[in-house]
Structures are given as C-alpha cells and as structure tokens.
Design a binder for this molecule. Structure first.
Ligand code: F6P
Length: 359
C-alpha cells in the first residue's frame, strides 16, 4: 500500500522535446491516484537554492494548456555538472528542500549525467526517486529510447531533406553537422532516414580519402549532388576534438567539425563545391513527435506506478516495446551508450552504400 501523498517532478540536464509531455503525464497519473504534484524549477536548483522555487501543478493549470504539446521545459532545466567536493553539501541542501516541501518522492527527468548526480543526492539524503530518461543524444544506458531523441531525429531528417533540394540546384555536396556529444545515434539515424551519402560518427574512424572516394563515386554515378551528415563529436584526422566554447563548469562545448571538414574536402577535391550547416539548438526545439509523446506517457505512468508500489532508486525505460525498470546504480555503472559499430543501424547504412568510415 502506497504511503505517497505528494511528489516533486523536475527536469535536469540539456532540454529536448517531449519534457512537457512527461511532466503532464506525471501530473495526470499522480492526480488520478489522489496525489499532489509540485513542479521544481530549474532542475535541482529549485530545491537547493534559497528561497526554494516550485509551483503546484494540476491537470487544470498544466495539462489542459498548450504546454504538453510544445518543446522546452516549462519548469526550466539545469545543465551544469557538480564538482565531487560539492556533492555532500548539495545532497544535504537537496534533502532539506524535499523535507521543507513535504515531498514523499521525486520524479527526475534526465539523461545519464543527471541520473548519476541526482540519484546520488537522493541516496545521500534518503529521498525516494524514480528516473525517466530523456536526451536527444539517446545515450542513456539500458533503455532503447530516451524521450527527445525521436523529435531531434525528425528535425535533422527534415534538415537533410531541405539541404538535398538546394544541393541539387547548385550541384553541391552539403555538410550537416548535428549534435549528439560522444554518441553517433542522432547522426546515424537521420543520415539513414535522409538517404545521406556519407555519415561520420564518433564511434567509427574515417579518412579524408574515404570521404573523397565516396564523393567521386557519387559524381561518376551521374548524380550531381551529395549529402554528408557529421556528428559534432567526431575528431579531426589528428584526433583533435573541436569545440567552440566552454560551459559553466569549464567543459568543452562541441562544435566546428563541419567547418573543418568543409575546408579539408575543398582543399583536396574539386568535384563538388561544399558548404556547411550547423543545426545547433533547433535540434532540441521541434514539437514532440508522436513517438516521443507516446514514450513520455508510457514512462511517466510507469514511474508513478512504481512509486505507488513503494519502489525507489530505479529508472524506467523502453526495451523491445516493453516498459521496464532498472536499478539506478546499474544505470550509473553502465555510463553512456554509444552507437554499436556492429549493430543493425551501421549494417543498414553500409548496405545502402553510405560511407560511414573505415569499417
Ligand atoms: O546532451 C545534449 C546536447 O544537446 C548535446 O547533443 C550537445 O552537445 C549539448 O547538449 C549542448 O549543450 P549546451 O546546450 O549546454 O551547449
């Protein structure tokens, strides 16, 4: 029998489309059980800063508004890591915030980094927690899909389609740089769906010669344009990671590999003119797709169900069409899920004749 009467929900880490759909589904299913839901502002900050920052969410004031259908996080999110030495202090403040609000548990919508950080706070402070995976990078371990990935793929695929039209008009090879950090899921999925000619991902090494050979093959086939999708996390030929800035905790913000490749290809190959599009944060901003809304609903209702059964320290996820739950310790232990170079997505790209690197 559940002892829960009041829960908190927060979004943590970089935003992505579908977060509001998750929040709405948490509110609906919790309210159906007679619980109160408090939305915590700006990730964990709403509980660790003074004054606390939160608001009561209801079906009426949140679910029945346009918010569940649009991207971004209504609650705000926090995308900065926490230094090891600050963890104990932050856990204490987090626990005090939870106590002051009278929350019986928290639902944390986050990626691999947030699952790690917030599950630690909860463990240290004795707070019940269920995690819901979200990230456009799709690199949260154990679950097959995280909320936000499908919507980001849709934006990238539509960008490839648009680029294909203008590439054709001007007989160009157009490069699209997409996000994904260290994982190539987003690049590979959108390259396959967009029928790209070349896709470069951090998990598979490439050569300039390989790229040029593929472009020449396209040209010889009689086609007058080409599409290259590159993941922001791939390295230069010298193994250097390119970044355009640093974030608030001094980590590199990836970006710039598209420009680098543009310059390198142009310097050795004249068969196509190349240009670059760096898609940037629009990838996080399309309205949530059907799949992300469905996933949001399934994972959120499962999270509430698990709390009702007095479970804690778990993350929900989707595996082969089934909603599952995984111990958070195991999620943290697994780290980040990269694209499998021997998996079916890579196999598919190869069979389609795409150049995906030296594999
Ligand atoms: O992890 C999600 C993500 O969008 C990555 O794909 C990207 O590298 C990063 O966040 C960008 O972070 P920020 O918005 O902090 O620059």
């Amino acid at each position: 029998m559940s002892t829960i009467k009041k829960i908190g929900v927060l979004t943590s880490g970089g935003d992505c489309s579908g977060l509001n759909a998750v929040i709405a589904s948490v509110v609906k299913s919790a309210q159906n059980k007679g619980w109160e839901v408090y939305g915590i502002h700006d990730g964990t900050e709403g509980l660790t800063e003074t004054p606390l920052s939160y608001e009561k969410l209801t079906v009426h004031n949140f679910c029945d508004t346009p918010w569940p259908r649009i991207s971004g996080s209504y609650l705000g999110s926090l995308n900065k890591g926490v230094k090891m030495e600050s963890q104990a202090e932050m856990s204490k403040r987090f626990g005090e915030g939870v106590k002051a609000l009278g929350l019986d548990a928290v639902v944390v919508v986050g990626g691999d980094g947030s699952m790690n950080i917030v599950s630690n706070y909860c463990k240290n402070a004795g707070v019940k927690m269920v995690g819901i995976p979200k990230t456009m990078d799709n690199d949260t371990p154990l679950t097959q899909y995280s909320v936000g990935f499908d919507s980001a793929c849709q934006v990238c695929m539509e960008a490839v389609d648009s680029l294909n039209n203008t590439a054709r008009s001007h007989h160009r090879a157009l490069i699209l740089e997409v996000m994904g950090r260290d994982a190539g899921h987003l690049a590979m999925h959108s390259a396959i769906a967009g029928f790209a000619d070349i896709c470069l991902v951090p998990e598979i090494p490439y050569t300039l010669e390989g790229i040029v050979n593929k472009l020449e093959e396209v040209k010889k086939s009689g086609r007058t344009h080409a599409i290259i999708v590159v993941s922001e996390g791939i390295k230069t030929e010298n193994g250097e990671t390119l970044s355009s800035a640093k974030n608030m905790v001094g980590e590199k913000v990836l970006g710039g590999i598209g420009d680098y490749l543009n310059e390198r290809i142009n310097s050795v190959y004249k068969g196509f003119q190349t240009r670059v599009t760096r898609l940037g944060h629009v990838q996080r901003a399309g309205n949530p797709t059907y799949f992300d809304r469905m996933l949001a609903s399934m994972l959120a209702t499962k999270a509430v169900e698990l709390l009702a059964e007095n479970h804690t320290g778990i993350m929900v996820g989707l595996s082969h069409g089934k909603v599952e739950s995984y111990p958070l310790d195991k999620v943290v232990e697994c780290g980040t899920t990269l694209l499998n170079p021997n998996g079916d997505y890579v196999k598919t790209a190869k069979s389609l004749g795409m150049y995906i690197g030296e594999i």
